[in-house]
Write a protein that binds this ligand. Structure first.
Ligand SMILES: O=P(O)(O)OC[C@H]1O[C@@H](O)[C@H](O)[C@@H](O)[C@@H]1O
Length: 285
């Protein structure tokens, strides 16, 4: 994910650290939960809670926050954090028997300082590798053994890069299938001023109409009421244009064909005790 923008001036913020590596710092966050801080040489920043491997902040080199994090977010297990980037695994939404969006977003992940090498080397100097393995209780509700490795990195231009590697470690060699999403909440100024480009002419399942299939007609997707759709077979590049902020989020993805666009609008947002406001657009892959 990256942004293109005409930036206003802003000050930078700092946070005290308790552990450091050459690539990240570990610090205490809300309710004493551990969080990892990433900073690059140009001043871009990301914050990742080990609870859920949840990215809760991504700032550009002007210290502008790019993700929405609800002011009412509850940083307390087993509740998932509202905003940022929840990881939905092994189930997206209610596509299965597990609780909505699976359990990875409300488990404690650990830092993996010795991950298997990546096929291509990234030039990032600010990154962290996290890992989740199922507990015995997890295996009772989802009977598969796995290793989920997530790398969160800041790219050379301050881009936020997430890479997931999921390995089947079932001892009997049994395959498993899963659904997965980065459930990113982007911070936008006024949702009525936002357009999403790259989804036009595509088919989508409308979750507000019993997942019926429709074809997107407009030049770009705009918002006038609640939207909750799964766009199918989407391109590798999608853009979110925020006219008021004069900012464009450019989303690039690989290996994740579908794209979920969700905005709860006022009524649904108010019904969620941990939501706060609706100036957000949720794009999940
Ligand atoms: O409240 P949760 O479990 O984080 O889910 C938030 C939303 O997640 C979206 O992906 C779903 O399409 C919505 O229907 C849902 O309300």
């Amino acid at each position: 994910m990256s942004t293109e923008k005409i930036p206003p001036p802003a000050s930078s913020s700092s946070s005290s650290s308790s552990t450091t590596s050459s690539h990240y710092e570990v610090s205490k966050g809300f309710n004493g939960l551990d969080k990892v801080l990433l900073r690059d040489a140009r001043g871009s920043f990301a914050e990742v809670y080990l609870y859920g491997a949840h990215v809760t902040s991504w700032k550009n080199d002007q210290a502008e926050e790019l993700l929405f994090l609800s002011s009412k977010a509850i940083f307390k297990p087993p509740k998932a954090i509202r905003g940022g980037i929840p990881i939905c695994f092994p189930q997206f939404a209610s596509f299965g028997t597990l609780d909505t969006h699976g359990f990875a977003r409300n488990r404690f992940w650990t830092i993996d300082d010795n991950p298997p090498p990546f096929p291509t080397n990234t030039s990032s100097k600010a990154f962290v590798d996290l890992i989740l393995k199922p507990s015995e209780d997890d295996i009772k509700i989802w009977p598969h053994s796995f290793e989920f490795r997530l790398r969160v990195a800041l790219g050379p231009g301050g881009e936020l890069m997430l890479t997931s590697r999921i390995r089947n470690t079932n001892t009997d060699g049994k395959p498993f299938s899963f659904t997965f999403a980065y459930h990113t909440y982007f911070s936008v100024s006024d949702i009525s001023e936002v357009r999403v480009e790259g989804l036009e002419t595509l088919d989508y399942l409308d979750k507000l109409q019993e997942k019926k299939r429709f074809t997107e007609q407009g030049d770009a997707l705009t918002f006038e009421s609640e939207v909750d759709r799964i766009y199918l077979s989407t391109p590798t590049k999608i853009a979110i244009l925020d006219h008021e902020k004069k900012r464009t989020f450019v989303l690039r993805k690989d290996g994740l064909p579908d794209c979920v666009v969700w905005n709860p609008w006022d009524k649904k947002a108010k019904a969620m005790s941990d939501f706060g406001k609706t100036r957000t657009i949720n794009c999940s892959f």
